[in-house]
Design a protein around this ligand. Structure first.
Ligand SMILES: [Zn+2]
Length: 81
């Protein structure tokens, strides 16, 4: 329970200070900008990031539903954690 470093209540997002790139909460590595295809995810996402670890299902979505999600193989996303 530390103080949030962001101004988004209830959604602590760690980013790389130099680049603003989200950090994967599982792997502590910088995420990679990714354009989500319609077949890949079953909701409209204009832009976001995915983990550098290809086996990692954690993604970061930008926009109105900004935040970390887990992307299932069937395209379902669930808020992380
Ligand atoms: Zn990861």
């Amino acid at each position: 329970m530390g103080a949030s470093q962001t101004d988004v209540p209830g959604n602590e997002v760690q980013v790389q200070p130099s680049t603003g790139t989200p950090i994967c909460p599982e792997h502590a590595t910088e995420m990679i900008a990714h354009s989500f295809e319609p077949w890949e995810i079953n909701q409209t996402v204009e832009s976001g990031f995915r983990c550098a670890n290809l086996t990692c299902g954690i993604i970061y979505i930008e926009g109105h539903a900004e935040g970390f999600y887990t992307l299932e193989p069937n395209g379902e996303v669930t808020p992380y954690p």
